[in-house]
Design a protein around this ligand. Structure first.
Ligand code: UDP
Ligand code: MG
Length: 160
């Protein structure tokens, strides 16, 4: 099994509900190496760049508010870079499908995620979808000196 790196964000909805420890202990059971970990406030620019693939969706503005903690009154998130065999697939499996009701009932989103009566999706955490996204996201969320070792290859000079 190939080693992979992945970015996990414990979002403000999870922090508001005191679920950070629960989420971390499920992730910890995967036995992955922790390469980076930090708490940070998410700027609008970071949120827009992170979710740029969704910028045309009707829920984009709400998503930006959500990850910035403006819907939950928690102005920060926890971010982790995890590494190990099939890390992307295995973290996504524990995370579960995007919509809490459609997620495997034993996954994090399926067991403790929810839709609120306001219609907000509380799916608790972000987990990178594939290797290209993981590299892009890690470079976006972490400076090289915040990682215990380099995991994102330096960009090679553009070829002409
Ligand atoms: N999202 C939403 N409504 C939707 C789809 C997505 O609010 O119909 C939010 C949700 O917080 C989700 C995030 O947008 O986690 C990113 O969407 P993506 O499709 O990348 O889902 P994920 O990779 O997080 O499962
Ligand atoms: Mg995604």
């Amino acid at each position: 099994m190939a080693d992979q790196v992945t970015l996990v964000i414990i979002k403000p909805d999870a922090l508001r509900r005191g679920l950070a420890g629960h989420i971390l202990s499920r992730l910890e059971q995967l036995g992955l190496e922790m390469v980076g970990a930090k708490v940070l406030s998410v700027s609008r620019a970071l949120a827009e760049e992170h979710y740029r693939h969704l910028r045309d969706k009707p829920f984009f503005e709400e998503l930006l508010q959500h990850v910035q903690g403006k819907l939950h009154g928690v102005g920060y998130v926890l971010a982790f870079v995890l590494s190990g065999p099939e890390a992307i697939r295995r973290v996504r499996e524990v995370t579960g499908a995007t919509h809490p009701e459609q997620a495997d009932p034993l996954s994090l989103r399926g067991s403790v995620g929810r839709m609120t009566t306001q219609g907000w999706m509380e799916n608790l955490l972000h987990a990178s979808e594939n290797e290209a996204e993981a590299r892009r996201e890690i470079a976006l969320w972490f400076r090289p000196d915040e990682l215990r070792r380099p995991v994102v290859p330096r960009r090679s000079p553009a070829r002409r």
